[in-house]
Design a protein around this ligand. Structure first.
Ligand code: GLA
Length: 380
């Protein structure tokens, strides 16, 4: 009898210990989730005496994000395909010489002070006319001759090893923009395979601002040379049509019944030939203020899905129309050909400083500019 009681006691104690152990294990598992996030640094050359570093963030699932402090550019996004193989879905270069080449079409970079175009570079702020540097068919594109994609940012890894903070001060008058503008961009790689980009900026004089990121994606990770088979869906019933130099005409048109209609998932190659050169337009997102999921793109070959959420009112879907295979120092020597990759640039509308119907891009002293965009990778 005694023995039976003793055995039952031992059994109960054992059971408790096992349950306890399981709980501890579970707990330590979730705390290691953070501990597993990793940030490593490697030299990536130098420019004008300034050291460039590549930071690699790795999350608990093994997904990797590469960032350099030149242009704040993303250098690699390594994600899993449906068959569990890893691949880099971002176009890029194997060295700094790739990023600094004249023809670099803004691969992975932070774009500012004004993303997209300003007609003839001219705009008025508080009644004063300013002239932004011209660099594209007599227009100002992506901040001018030396935009935020071509400057060296100060990089600071943040606690937890899953975020990198970048800072840059754009001086009053730089590229024809008024006000000393202090910009901060924080890149975070989350445990659920999202790349979160948080921008903030302040100015000491009224200015215009439109910040974005210019990453080019091909979700096949080098398996298909073009993005024709990618399936795109955008929550956008309207877009802003452009003239021959890609300046908005000021009209707002419905996408319904046109090649611009991606309200239902559509293969990009289906209608691309019906659009001169391919897609390079700003879609007006159906959304309220705040962070909201607005678009997704799916590559049936790899099973990869990219979902984009943003606080911005517009999205430039650019189908890599000017890629022509001529870039050098590309990753693994890949030939980035026409329509070889796409960008999904979350933004305010192009040429807003000259378009009264478009949402204002004015930033005044005392105000804080913010924009958040989240690129999430999954498979289906
Ligand atoms: C943007 C523009 C395009 C092109 C690319 C860079 O997305 O809208 O017209 O200039 O940048 O090549």
């Amino acid at each position: 009898m005694m023995l039976k009681k003793l055995m039952t006691g031992i059994f109960i104690i054992l059971l408790f210990s096992i349950v306890n152990l399981a709980c501890t294990f579970n707990h330590s598992n979730s705390s290691t989730m953070n501990a597993i996030a990793k940030l490593t640094k490697a030299p990536f050359g130098s420019i004008e005496g300034q050291e460039i570093t590549q930071y690699t963030l790795t999350n608990v699932n093994g997904m990797q994000l590469g960032i350099i402090n030149y242009g704040g550019a993303l250098t690699k996004i390594i994600t899993k395909a449906k068959d569990s193989s890893w691949g880099d879905v971002l176009t890029g270069f194997d060295s700094l010489s790739g990023f600094t080449q004249k023809a670099n079409p803004y691969f992975g970079a932070i774009i500012g002070r004004y993303a997209n175009r300003i007609a003839k570079g001219k705009y008025k702020v508080d009644g004063i006319e300013y002239h932004a540097a011209l660099n594209n068919n007599g227009q100002s594109l992506h901040g001018g001759l030396k935009g935020f994609d071509k400057v060296v940012w100060t990089a600071t890894p943040l606690a937890g090893d899953s975020s990198l903070q970048l800072n840059y001060i754009s001086k009053d008058g730089e590229e024809g923009y008024p006000g000393n503008l202090k910009i901060q961009v924080v890149y975070t790689l989350t445990a659920n395979n999202s790349i979160k980009i948080e921008y903030t900026a302040t100015t000491d004089k009224t200015t215009v601002i439109n910040l974005t990121n210019h990453s080019y994606f091909n979700l096949s990770a080098g398996k298909s040379p073009t993005i024709y088979d990618h399936i795109l869906q955008m929550n956008a019933n309207q877009y802003t049509p452009v003239d021959t130099v890609l300046i908005p005409t000021g009209e707002i048109l419905d996408v319904k019944g046109t090649p611009m209609d991606f309200t239902q998932p559509k293969r990009i190659g289906d209608d691309i030939d019906k659009v001169q050169g391919g897609y390079d337009h700003n879609w007006i997102l159906n959304k309220a203020a705040g962070l909201q999921e607005v678009t997704n793109v799916y590559d049936p070959l790899s099973g990869r899905v990219l979902t984009v959420a943003t606080t911005e009112p517009g999205l430039q879907f650019y189908s890599g129309n000017f890629l022509d295979g001529s870039l050098t120092h590309t990753k693994n020597g890949i030939n980035y050909i026409k329509h070889g990759a796409l960008t999904l640039e979350t933004q305010h509308y192009p040429d807003a400083p000259n378009q009264s119907k478009f949402q204002s891009t004015i930033l005044k002293p005392g105000e804080v500019y913010t924009q958040t965009t989240v690129y999430t990778f999954s498979t289906k």
